[in-house]
Design a protein around this ligand. Structure first.
Ligand code: NAP
Length: 407
């Protein structure tokens, strides 16, 4: 027997405005354009969302994964969600209301197989997640703030070390943390948190210390080149030693590294997308330095405008070729043709193809725009080496060996 519209309950998909970092990943991922945003909130349109969950695994914070059972007739509208500063509590439901979710809601997991297959490598350690949130952040102390780019470089990229003292804040390579800038925005509301990848290995920026580093670029213009001062990046880049910072997290359970030392890492990054690669590389380097057996090969493709703009350039050069094969791609080097990471991948095609045949975990991090070029380069490299890229890519995704984090 059918139920009236007022009696029908649906499981409404909502995004937590207190945790969301407005990275646009969910809107990009949604296969049916059910997610939209204004200048403050990302929201899900209940009239379009079919609960396919495609957007859930790629979300770096978990803010996407919230649900309320509500009468279909009074589901929270997009306009209402735009006004929220926090999620509403689950409302009490009328006795006798009929849950027709099975009839009314299409089956879960019915779209975007590749996105929903994203998971951590099987051998990755289990990460700690969401230990601190915006209502209950952890206070960290700045113990270092160093410029990574050369003094005459256009961009000011900094290595900022945060110490957590006696408080537990365990992170793994590939995870992120949230930083809450103090103060309020133009509308008088508290700033929302911004996410930064951890650039240190699991045992601390300084081994054995309860600290971690972030790789932060001072934002002084928007994507169109208009002058805009990034709230969180300028706050972080200006912090003196001894200052305290409100932190949330840790976040992220997918972009983790395999924990078996025989695995190969193929890392492709641009700019500050180097942060997780630096963490993974440094973890493996420390294992080797401790005399532990590490058979896996490391290959890094790293793009920046010029050598002086490339964070961690000096330390990377010191790593022996027997440990890591590094390819730099400079797009604005004086007197040299514009080169992107995908060009360097193609130039190293035979070695890349060989690596892809093995027990290799691939990580891409940095500018969103690089994704297409990198995917095309990998496809062409495989074609030339008689590897079926479509099959290999699907297998790498299903085996959690293909990880992309771009913004
Ligand atoms: P950037 O300096 O603007 O660019 C780095 C390099 O990428 C430049 O050489 C640039 O060349 C090149 N590039 C531009 N378009 C490209 C394309 N389509 N394919 C390949 N390369 C391309 O980079 P950034 O400002 O550091 O930005 C890095 C990105 O990483 C940001 O989106 C950031 O949000 C993200 N990220 C940061 C963190 C973190 O923890 N800080 C973590 C994860 C991701 P041009 O000369 O053409 O500009």
């Amino acid at each position: 027997m059918g139920a009236s519209e007022a009696e029908v309950l649906i499981r409404q998909h909502l995004i937590d405005p207190e945790v969301c970092i407005r990275c646009n990943t969910c809107e990009d991922t949604c296969p049916i354009d059910a997610i939209t945003h204004d200048d403050r909130n990302y929201v899900v349109d209940p009239a379009i969302c079919n609960g396919c969950n495609a957007c859930v695994p790629p979300c770096p914070t978990g803010s996407i994964d919230h649900w309320r059972t509500v009468p279909k007739a009074t589901a929270y509208s997009v306009v209402e969600q735009f006004t929220w500063d926090e999620l509403p509590q689950q409302q009490e439901l009328a006795v006798g209301a009929v849950v027709l979710a099975d009839e009314e809601t299409p089956p879960q997991h019915n779209a975007a197989v590749s996105a929903s297959s994203v998971k951590a490598p099987g051998s990755a350690l289990r990460p700690s997640l969401h230990l601190y949130d915006i209502k209950k952040p952890i206070t960290a102390t700045v113990v270092g703030n160093y410029r990574l780019t050369e003094s005459d470089a256009e961009s000011d990229i900094r290595h900022i070390v945060l110490d957590f003292g006696q408080q537990a804040f365990p992170v793994l390579e590939g995870q992120s943390i949230g930083v809450i800038p103090p103060g309020t925005d133009a509308s008088g509301k508290p700033h929302y948190l911004r996410m930064y990848s951890v650039a240190s290995p699991r045992d601390g920026e300084r081994p054995g210390y309860n600290n971690l580093a972030l790789t932060v670029k001072r934002v002084v213009s928007d994507h169109d080149g208009q002058a805009v001062l990034g709230v969180a990046s300028n706050y972080l880049c200006d912090l003196p030693k001894g200052a305290t910072v409100q932190v949330t997290g840790p976040f992220g359970e997918n972009f983790l590294m395999p924990n078996h030392p025989g695995s190969n890492l193929l890392m492709i990054c641009t700019g500050t997308g180097a942060a997780p690669m630096r963490a993974m590389t440094e973890y493996r380097r420390r294992l080797l330095a401790q005399g532990k057996p590490v058979d896996g090969k490391l290959m890094l493709f790293f793009g920046a405008r010029k050598q002086g703009e490339l964070p961690y350039f000096g330390p990377l050069l010191k790593l022996p070729a027997s440990f890591i094969e590094t390819h730099f791609a400079f797009s604005r080097a004086d007197g040299e043709p514009k080169t992107y990471v995908q060009d360097k991948l193609r130039a190293a095609a035979p070695a890349v193809a060989e690596l892809l045949k093995g027990d290799t975990y691939l990580y891409v991090c940095g500018l969103k725009g690089m994704e297409t070029g990198v995917m095309e380069a990998l496809r062409d490299i495989c074609r030339a080496a008689d590897i079926d890229w479509t099959e290999l890519h699907a297998r790498m995704v299903s085996e959690a060996r293909f990880h992309v984090e771009t913004y």
